[in-house]
Structures are given as C-alpha cells and as structure tokens.
Ligand binder design. Structure first.
Ligand SMILES: [Zn+2]
Length: 245
C-alpha cells in the first residue's frame, strides 16, 4: 500500500480539521511536496464536507468548522454532473439518518468523525456500483420478472470488476438472519459471495474481483444464519441465470 493510500482516510479527517497534530503535520509535509493525487483527494474531501454541511443541517457540525470548510472550497469549482447529484442525494439521506442514530453521542467531534467515515464508505460503495453501470463490458441480467411478489432486480457481471446485485422488493431478513449471495459455476457447487441486508426493501451487494464468464452459471441469493453459511441452507430467493452471456 502506498503512502497516498494510507493518507486516504486521514485526508477526510484532515479536511474536517480533526486530525491529531502529528498526523496533520505528516499530511502537511506530504502536500507541500506536491502530491497531485492527495491534492485531488483533499479537494474531493473538502467538496464533500461542504456539501454535507450545507445540505444536512441536522448533522450539526460546529459553526466555525462549517465556515472554515465552506471557505476552503470554492463553490464555483464544484461541477454538478448527474453523478454528483446522485451522490449528494445518497449522502444527504445517509447524513440525516446518521444524525438521528447518533444524536445521543456525547462528543460532537466523535460524532462528526464517525459520520464522515460512514459516509465515506457509502460513497465508495456507490462509486464502485457506478463503475459497473458505466462500463460497456458489464453484462446485466434481470431476475424476478413475471413472478407474483418476489424480489426483482438485476445482476451486473463484469469480467474484472466482479458481480453487482441490485434487488427491489426484498423484505428485511428476520432477526438473526442475513442474505447471502452465491456464485454458481456451471455444473459446480455454489461459492459464497458475501453477506448483505435489505434496507427498506432494496439491497445492493458487490462481489469484487475477476469473474470467469466462461464457467459462470448463475448468481443466487439465500436467507442464511447471521454469520453466513459455507453452502446454501435454504431455497434461493433470487436466481439470476448468467450462463452463456
Ligand atoms: Zn500523496
């Protein structure tokens, strides 16, 4: 992992002005050396902070912090493509949700820090999903069409990026249960492909990494115990046949 990758999460906190002095000094020195990667990442972090703080009033960052961050990023420099708009909408929802969840926390600083990391990882997931949708090599396969009231949606398969699942009408798993995705090779046993939950009837799950399109038979989802299973223990709720794509 390069130094820049190490700085990545710290830059979010740096942008908020909540880093420890030694960590801050380290990043200051790195930026002074003219690292374009980190410079760009910092701008991104500042823009995100400004966006969150100007939209999600309920997050309640200290007023001086808000002023400092808003001053730090020229609003005219932010270009609002559809991607930004979508990301902003998602982040607003997440920020509001988190602010309600975490309101009772004693430390405002801890709250801000926690929220930012959550939002940052949500943003990363969203961007990862968008990279699937944006790539012409991605093969979409729909599932659940024409059945009475099943989950429906799409599986997106990409030979290098992996598998993206987006499902609607998927009820929340009951207590102690989770959804598990499976990648099923033609004529082979299902391989575990990660656990996920449904939130408000919709779910998004990503299996990252190369997929052998030639041997891939299907992608499926079952309901499993909370810790997940090594092999499916229930009838699949979702089956997306991807063979022969
Ligand atoms: Zn760097």
């Amino acid at each position: 992992m390069s130094a820049c990758q190490n700085f990545r999460e710290d830059l979010e906190l740096y942008a908020l002005g909540v880093l420890d002095p030694e960590e801050k000094a380290e990043i200051d020195a790195h930026l002074r050396n003219g690292c374009a990667t980190c410079e760009a990442a910092l701008k991104d972090a500042l823009a995100m902070n400004a966006m969150i703080m100007s939209m999600a009033l309920d997050v309640v960052p200290p007023a001086r912090l808000k002023r400092r961050v808003l001053a730090g990023v020229g609003v005219q420099r932010m270009s609002w493509g559809w991607l930004s708009a979508l990301a902003a909408a998602c982040m607003l929802v997440i920020a509001l949700w988190l602010s309600v969840q975490e309101r009772t926390r004693a430390s405002e600083l801890a709250l801000t820090r926690h929220n930012l990391i959550q939002i940052s990882s949500q943003r990363d997931r969203l961007l990862q999903a968008l990279s699937f949708l944006d790539d012409p090599t991605t093969v979409p396969v729909s599932f659940g069409k024409g059945q009475p009231a099943p989950p429906h949606g799409n599986v997106f398969v990409h030979p290098r990026l992996g598998v993206l699942l987006i499902a609607s009408n998927l009820p929340a798993a009951q207590a102690g249960k989770t959804y598990e995705m499976w990648v099923i090779p033609k004529g082979g046993a299902p391989r575990p492909a990660g656990l996920f939950q449904s939130d408000g009837g919709t779910a998004m799950h990503i299996l990252s990494g190369p997929v052998d399109m030639a041997t891939l038979g299907a992608v499926a989802v079952t309901l499993e115990p909370e810790s997940g299973s090594a092999a499916p223990t229930s009838t699949p709720i979702i089956v997306a046949p991807v063979a022969g794509l």
